[in-house]
Every structure is written in C-alpha cells, then in structure tokens.
Design a protein around this ligand. Sequence first.
Ligand code: ZN
Ligand code: ZN
Length: 355
Amino acid sequence: MKERIEQIRAALAANEAALIESGANRFYLTGFESSAGHVLVTARGAYFIIDFRYVEKARATVKTAEVLLQENTEEQIGCLLAQDGATCLYVEADSTPLSRFAALQKALPGITLCDGDKIDRALVDARAVKTREELESIKAAQKMTDETFTYILDRITPGRTEREVMLDMEFYMRRLGSEGVSFDFIVVSGKNSSLPHGVPTDKKIERGDFVTMDFGAVVNGYHSDMTRTVAVGAVSEEQKRVYDTVYAAQAAALAFIRPGVACNEVDRVARDLIYGAGYEGCFGHGLGHSVGVEIHEMPACNTRCQEILRPGIIMTVEPGIYLENQFGVRIEDMVYLTETGAENLTHSERKLLIV
Ligand code: ZN
Ligand code: ZN
C-alpha cells in the first residue's frame, strides 16, 4: 500500500504537496474507513490527520502515513508544509468544494494553492490498475452477487413487489457477509424496466414482465456490479428479439475487450450491433465503467473516452435497450483485464431465464 503514496509523490515537485480529503481517495491511500480525515503527502513525508473518534484505530492499523490527532487542521497542515519545505499545495480538483478551497487559501498565507488536476489524474491512474489483493476483494464481492442472483431466481413471483424483491436481495447479501450494498439496488419490472436507473416501487410483478436487477456487494471496501434481466412466466417475440440483441452486443464486446484497445472502440462494438438491429436511440448510456473503491471509476467505455485499456483494469460490460413505456433489457458483467485478454468475474447465467 505504501506504493500508493509513492505514486502521488512521483507526481509532485520537491516544493509541492498534495492534500487528499475525499473519502474514496483517503481510503485508497490509507486503507482506513472514516467519515472524515485529511491525507497530506509532501516530498518528504505522508501524514494522516484524523479526529479523536478514529485516532486509536488509525494508529493501530494505518501503515502508509504518520497518524496525527486532528487539532486545528489548517494550522497542522501549515506546520507540516513549512517543516517539509513545501510552498505549493495541490488539492483534489474534482472534489474540493470552493468553500474549502477558499478556507485553505485564507488559512495558509504564503502557500500557493494549485487548482490543476495533477493529483486527481495520478489517483485515477493508480486506482485504475488493481493489485492482486484488490482483485480478490472484488472477486469475493462478485461471488456474493452471483449467489444472491441464484437465491432470488425462484423468489421473483407474480404478486411480489419490486421493493420486496429488492429488500429480499439486500438482506440475503448482507447475511452472506457483504459490508453494505454496492449502491441502491435497482429492481424494475414491466414498463418500469425501460428506466435504466429506475427506483424499485410498490408495483407488483406480473406474468409477462421483464424484471431487471442491477446490484452488487462490498468486500474490504471494494465493490461488485452486475445486472440481469429475467422474464416472468412468458416472453413475447419482441421481448425475445430485444434480449437476443443485447445478449449478442454484450457477447461481442466481451470477446473484443482486451489491453491495447481504446475504451470507445469497445463501446462501438456493442453500439454498432444494437443500432444495426434497429435500436438506435434506445441505448442511451455508456457500455461500461471501472469498479473499485467506488462503484463508478475511470476509465469508462463510452463514446467519448479514448483511453487505451491496460492490464489490471476492471471494467463492466453492460449494454442495454430501453423501449419507452414498454420494457427494457440490460445485461452487465465485470471483466478483469489480463496481460493478453479479459477474465470474466461474473458467473451468473447470461442467457434469457424465464422464472
Ligand atoms: Zn450495475
Ligand atoms: Zn455498472
């Protein structure tokens, strides 16, 4: 984990320092989960300033930075910067509120606050490539997700509501040991399934509905993400045609994704297939995103991202077709990019299941 601090330091000149205050990046650099805290990296040192509620545990567990009890945060930061010869301070451009930026500016006269995104870039690059340990945590989270899917299959019955199914899945997954939910689960049925990020309602599931479930577990702070769409009791010709198209688009993208190709090329493989089948305008989101300490990380496979994929990245592949006021289908797997190809971390059935 010490290497993570080194990757930040490598981006800094001798007189520069970085202040990391966002929860995900703080956790990434320290391995410590807390609702508050400040990581300061200078050319000479790394410090984790944390308040009394957490300091005892932090002292016992954090190995990447010197743990300091939070007193007057800005004064402490000022002293550490002076002590280590730093005159420029980078904050996270993506997540630092303007009010925080202004407060730091006022509290640190003589220090130049830098608003470039150098630190954000370094963190995005570091977080994109997963270590063996990170991979194992995500695999464990996905295993719980697959098990939850198997569990819920014969519990998706006409008369149960979307909310009941969602709560059943969540409770089961927590019992398996998940630290929480990866995000608020999506369980949408019938007409609601045309909403890519619909919220579960009290609508009862009916025969002939498609039910789309998008869900995931958390292990050691790392997330999993999977979507499956199943049919209840029966399936129409049109539903089958849409499902087969999404299935084929996902299969093509899964076969194509590998290191060395650009994110938008992977997106295009699935998108061309969906548009070619006559569903242009019905796939209004990107094909996939990276997953890690946050559910949505960079890089992402969409029409815009030209980043070249590297080994160690974990990417979702989740094409969908959404027919307004009718129904929708999405199928989502997570893959781990190896040196030569991609390992699918998702083991649930992808073919259309009629429950
Ligand atoms: Zn998802
Ligand atoms: Zn996703």
